[in-house]
Each structure stands twice: as structure tokens, then as C-alpha cells.
Design a protein around this ligand. Sequence first.
Ligand code: FE
Length: 145
Amino acid sequence: MYKYKEVSPDKYVLSLDNHSEIVEAVSAFCKEKDIFAGSILGLGAINEATFRFLDPATKQYVDKTFSEQMEITNLTGNISQRPEDPFVPYLHIHITASRRDYTCVGGHLLSARINGACELIVENYNDAVLERYFDPETGLNLYKL
Ligand code: FE
């Protein structure tokens, strides 16, 4: 699903395999390396992606799938853990992607299928513990800092 190289202590450069799904591949890498606190940065190209929008008024998620070739102009994410699932890296990723006409769409990333390449930097904060809790006021899983 991916190739990687550790470029400095706790910092990895990843190249995800063409046609793999980004969230699945990054989750697998974090599991392999036991990364439960960290950050993700990336770019690439995709042709099928589902983004999520949280409506703050209703606290309901609205998902939308885009089936077209797009450039990932930015992918930013973080890695943490939830006390109810402490051994599963919890990924929170947002994405902006540009279309053929150079307009952009984006949102919270649910899934994205690579069509071309996807290059990422994953940083492991190592022994830091970054947990989350559900905040009923916002409907979000927030950092417990
Ligand atoms: Fe989000």
C-alpha cells in the first residue's frame, strides 16, 4: 500500500501506491509504526473522494463524493487516540483538491482513491499522549490537552 523512508528521527516520507485509498494506507502505516500522536502533510492526485462537512447548527454530517480527476493541493492531518480505542491510531485529515477547471473543493477527508501519486510526510510525536474526548456542545472529538 505504501513505501517509506525515515528521513530524520520520527519523521517519514511516504509514497502511497497508485489506486490505493489514502485514509486506509495512512492508517496501516501508523499501525505498523505504532504512531498514536503525530501529524500528516501531503499532496498528490486522486479521482474519487468523499469529503465531509459538519453543519454546526444541526451537528449533522453531510458527505459528498467527487468522481473526477483532482490534484491534492493540500492534505493536512493529525494523529491521536481515543480512550475507548487506545490501540487504534485516530486520524483526522482535511483536504483541498483542485479540479480540471482549477477550482477547488475540500473538506474533512473520509476517503480518497489515488490516481497518479500521493506523497506524504508523517511525523511521530512518539511518547506524547494525545487523547480525545467527545464534546457535546460542538459535536466534535476534541483534543484533551
Ligand atoms: Fe474534521
